[in-house]
Write a protein that binds this ligand. Structure first.
Ligand code: PXP
Length: 249
């Protein structure tokens, strides 16, 4: 599954389900998107089953577990309901994210340091079931140390602040955010954690992050699904793959 030096691309298909759910009904089908993503070179599929089921549904997760030939990265909040679903399916990876009903997207990283005991107990059965446990956090040393202490094997660094600063033309902030991501990728890797990154990445912002040698995987969704409207899903993903490979070369 992991080739040395290969930067994995996880394609997040949540927003195919967002479009489907805008009308109800069956299309566009996230499973079809997942199969196309595999053909386009995705190394994994990511899907976030939110408490309010605003995009991905329970049936989507059932279907993904059945049809995927690449690993599923199952994103979820640290709730008993989601833990039971993850334990039923035993996906390759479980990524624990913070979730607030009123947010439009996952706005910040998880506060691991404040909830260390609860999270340590929460992830233990997931690890025992064979899932790789990833924690979605800000590029913050305290949070990384806490994620390491609770027994997570993977951290995913939140790239949203870096991408927002770029989009808003705040280039000093962008560069500062990027430097923080770079330093914290190296720090987490030094602790033995596998390092992933994602949120808000686009063709314009992906390469500096892809170039960090410690980063093993990027998870990218919203931009790719949007770009698919103009290019088609397979070419949109292939171009992202090309940019990632170019940054690594
Ligand atoms: N990684 C995590 C943990 C996420 O929660 C999300 C958004 O669901 C992503 C990556 C992908 O972000 P985007 O859809 O902005 O590319």
């Amino acid at each position: 599954m992991s080739r040395p030096g290969h930067l994995r691309l996880g394609v997040n298909i949540d927003h195919v389900a967002t479009v489907r759910n805008a009308r109800g009904g069956a299309y566009p089908d996230p499973l079809r998107a997942a199969r196309i993503a595999e053909q386009a070179g995705a190394d994994g599929i990511t899907a976030h089953l939110r408490e309010d089921r605003r995009h991905i549904s329970d049936a989507d997760i059932d279907g993904l577990m059945e049809v995927l030939s690449v690993p599923l990265n199952f994103e979820m909040a640290a709730t008993p309901e989601m833990q039971a679903i993850a334990l039923r399916h035993k996906p390759h990876a479980v990524c624990i994210v913070p979730e607030r009903r009123e947010e439009r997207t996952t706005e910040g990283g998880l506060e691991v340091a404040r909830e260390e005991n609860r999270l340590a107990h929460f992830i233990a059965p997931l690890r025992e079931a064979g899932c790789r446990v990833s924690i979605f956090i800000a590029a913050d040393q305290r949070q990384i140390e806490a994620a390491h202490r609770i027994g997570a094997q993977v951290i995913e660094l939140h790239t949203g602040a870096y991408c927002d600063a770029h989009a808003e033309g705040r280039f000093d902030d962008r560069d500062r955010e990027l430097e923080g991501l770079r330093e914290m990728s190296a720090f987490a890797h030094g602790l033995g954690l596998e390092v992933h990154a994602g949120h808000g990445l686009t063709y314009d912002t992906v390469q500096p992050v892809a170039a960090f040698p410690e980063v093993a995987e990027l998870n990218i969704g919203h931009f790719l699904i949007g770009e698919a409207i103009f290019l088609g899903l397979e070419p949109a993903i292939s171009e992202m793959r090309r940019l990632m490979d170019e940054a690594r070369a």
